[in-house]
Design a binder for this molecule. Structure first.
Ligand code: ADP
Ligand code: MG
Length: 340
């Protein structure tokens, strides 16, 4: 029997910079030491994939043309990738497993897309690969998501967070000091996420029609917006971009207290101006901040559930249970994996 080929892609957590990627703003995520792994052998004209996270396997005849209607639903992510590759998609059969919590804001969907894309023989150029997976996710879910998740899974750098300019796609790795602990705590499965996400994307587009690109707008420009909701949405994005700039500087100089303060400011902005937090997430952030040695905490990802991320000192007594909370470390992205 042929030995299966292994393709592995990490999830990600975003330290700061949420709801900025789809207006070409700044984000600061890291690829984390939790992975989705495909073990596959080549076959002609079809993809057959079973997941240990879902009882229904996926069967796709190649080429795939209508990923939106594939069943079971998780197959849409696989089909989205295959459809984007068109006739160049290579077939395989095999299994997928993951050490990421699924549907929890740590990008199991992006990790799945990236691992599948590599198995399908996608070109290994980081930006093209991430963009292909982003389009696959948009087709699979109908959500106009940004590129952060896929690019981080593809291009993560061990020991570093990635400052990504989502307009120029410039990636600047920022070293994470050894003394920093990054802890992720699951709060709740996301609800309302896709419809509210689409609504926020539309609101940002409305703001941009009034004051131009949010990535280069100032808070003075934002103040000129008459509509209260649109003004608050724009204020979150513009202030969040500045917080990412400040957090990168502080992280690079080892000033974790400042990074933590900016994370809390980010949470408040996501809660009050962007309105994507929940009572449970606010409580969890508050509880984390009361633990000694915690510099900061905030909701991470799209909001309406998912996870919070906590930045703590090495000496902090904050504990994790490996079921609803995890300590994570920055790892290399999928393109650095050996794929033997
Ligand atoms: P997140 O990416 O934060 O985990 P999403 O809601 O974006 O949450 O993606 C979760 C969806 O991705 C799941 O509902 C499932 O359809 C799919 N998925 C991700 N990983 C796997 C896996 N290993 N096996 C099957 N489906 C998966
Ligand atoms: Mg996802």
């Amino acid at each position: 029997m042929t030995t299966p080929t292994v393709f592995r892609a990490p999830g990600r957590v975003n330290l700061i910079g949420d709801h900025t990627d789809y207006t070409g703003g700044l984000v600061l995520p890291l690829a984390i030491d939790r992975y989705t792994t495909l073990e596959v052998t080549p076959q002609v004209s079809a993809i057959d994939l079973a997941s240990d996270a879902d009882t229904s396997p996926v069967h796709l005849a190649l080429p795939v043309t209508d990923p939106e209607s594939v069943s079971p639903p998780w197959g849409r992510y696989v089909a989205g990738v295959a459809a984007e590759l068109g006739t160049s998609c290579q077939g395989f059969r095999g299994t997928v497993s993951t050490t990421l919590p699924i549907g929890s804001g740590l990008s199991s969907s992006a990790a799945l897309e990236v691992a599948v894309a590599l198995a399908c023989g996608a070109p290994r150029e980081p930006f093209a690969l991430a963009q292909l997976c982003q389009r696959a996710e948009q087709r699979a879910t109908g959500v106009p998501c940004g590129i952060m998740d896929q690019l981080t899974s593809v291009a993560g750098v061990a020991g570093h967070a990635l400052r990504i300019d989502c307009h120029s796609l410039e990636i600047s790795p920022v070293a994470i000091p050894d003394s920093a602990r990054i802890i992720v705590k699951f709060i709740a499965h996301r609800r309302l996420a896709s419809s509210a996400y689409g609504q926020r994307v539309t609101e940002c587009a409305t703001a941009e029609r009034l004051i131009g690109p949010l990535r280069s707008a100032s808070l003075r420009d934002v103040d000129s917006i008459a509509d209260d909701v649109i003004r608050r949405r724009a204020r979150h994005v513009v202030s969040e971009n500045q917080r990412v700039r400040d957090a990168c500087e502080a992280l690079a100089s080892g000033d974790l207290a400042t990074v933590g303060r900016l994370m809390v400011d980010s949470h408040v902005s996501l809660r009050d101006d962007y309105e994507v937090s929940t009572g449970e997430m606010d409580e969890a952030v508050k509880a984390a901040l009361s633990v000694p040695g915690v510099f900061g905490a905030r909701l991470t990802g799209g909001g309406f559930g998912g996870c919070i991320v906590v930045l703590a000192d090495a000496d902090s007594p904050l504990t994790v249970d490996e079921v609803t909370s995890w300590e994570v470390h920055a790892v290399n992205g999928a393109l650095s994996e050996p794929h033997v």
